[in-house]
Ligand binder design. Structure first.
Ligand code: COD
Length: 304
């Protein structure tokens, strides 16, 4: 169980010590104060080094202001499209092990990763995994996919689940408890998410999806509360103890995440899985601390 982002950062630092190799993060358009502050914190923590892409003059000025000296290596790029291509090329060339989104539009960034020739597409689907530290909640909550796939079908949900479970194994959660969310615990053919959730639970019971405990469909109250499950006479191994929440689609995932952040003061980190390397997916509005948490998540997801 990972209690909070501080523990996640420790895990990322220990992972580096075990492997003996200091990972390098390629930062896409680093010409932003919060990005530079996050890179400084990253370097100070010893978790990884960074190579920055973007306009050299702007980046160097920000490095001076934030005390990031000596300057990290900079790959010159005129705009966000060039910067995305340069950062992806650093991963292709084996110079970087993790890719990070800096001051760049999400769609431009994702399209650079998905580019069939120069991108970082692996064998199959890519998906977004978010981690939330919610005040008063005993462990990090992992949510997928509220950030990349729009309306995944059953097969895509299965792949998203497998990618997220694999990442949680790397984070030391050996048998994640997975709540496949819908609006109710009863399968209703008129609610596609409930039908898909039930099938994922069956595949898990049959051993076709392994390494985790999957229950679905479950409503959010049951996923979050053993008392709610008992009250509804639902026997559950996941209720109140879910590690991973598989959301029905990007709209639901986005709304749950934003509600956690704005109403429950949660902190969020995000990573894209299934690409040639873990990809740090931050919002341009995130502060340096949030960006550092996403860096820690991606670094802890690296295979050893
Ligand atoms: N995994 C692997 N390949 C993919 C994926 C994926 N998740 N998505 C698309 N592809 C491939 C397709 O097979 C196709 O070959 C090519 O990429 C283009 O596919 P399109 O035309 O469906 O995709 P795009 O380029 O229009 O958009 C892909 C995005 C990922 C940009 C799009 O799905 C998107 O905008 N997602 C949501 C991003 C977002 O707003 N997040 C919330 C805020 S961070």
């Amino acid at each position: 169980m990972i209690r909070n982002f501080q523990q996640l950062q420790q895990m990322a630092a220990e992972r580096k010590q075990r492997s003996g190799v200091k990972p390098v993060v390629a930062v896409t358009n680093a010409a932003d104060r919060e990005v530079i502050a996050a890179v400084k914190a990253l370097r100070d923590s010893g978790m990884a080094d960074a190579i920055l892409t973007g306009r050299r003059d702007e980046i160097e000025e920000l490095c001076c202001r934030e005390g990031l000296e000596p300057f990290p290596e900079i790959a010159e790029a005129e705009d966000e499209i060039e910067a995305a291509a340069a950062a992806v090329a650093l991963v292709h060339g084996g110079r970087a092990h993790v890719l990070m989104k800096g001051l760049v539009n999400s769609s431009v960034f994702l399209k650079a990763i998905l580019n069939p020739q120069q991108g970082l597409r692996g064998e199959g689907l890519l998906c977004h995994l978010a981690a939330f530290e919610v005040p008063g909640w005993p462990k990090l909550q992992f949510h997928t996919d509220g950030g990349m796939n729009l309306f995944p079908d059953l097969e895509q949900k299965r792949r998203i689940l497998e990618l997220a479970v694999e990442a949680l194994h790397r984070l030391g959660v050996d048998e994640p408890r997975v709540a496949v969310l819908s609006a109710n615990e009863v399968v209703n053919p008129k609610v596609p998410s409930s039908v898909a959730a039930a099938q994922l639970q069956v595949w898990n019971a049959e051993g076709r999806i392994g390494g985790c405990i999957v229950e679905g469909p479950v409503a959010m109250d049951v996923a979050l509360s053993a008392e709610a499950a008992a009250h509804k006479h639902i026997e559950s191994r996941v209720a109140g103890d879910a590690d991973l929440f598989l959301v029905p689609n990007i709209e639901a995932g986005n709304m749950v995440g934003k509600t956690l952040m704005y109403c429950a003061h949660a902190k969020m980190a995000g990573v894209i899985l299934g690409a040639a390397c873990p990809v740090v997916m931050v919002s341009r509005a995130d502060n340096a601390e949030a960006k550092l948490n996403s860096l820690a998540l991606a670094l802890a997801c690296l295979s050893e």
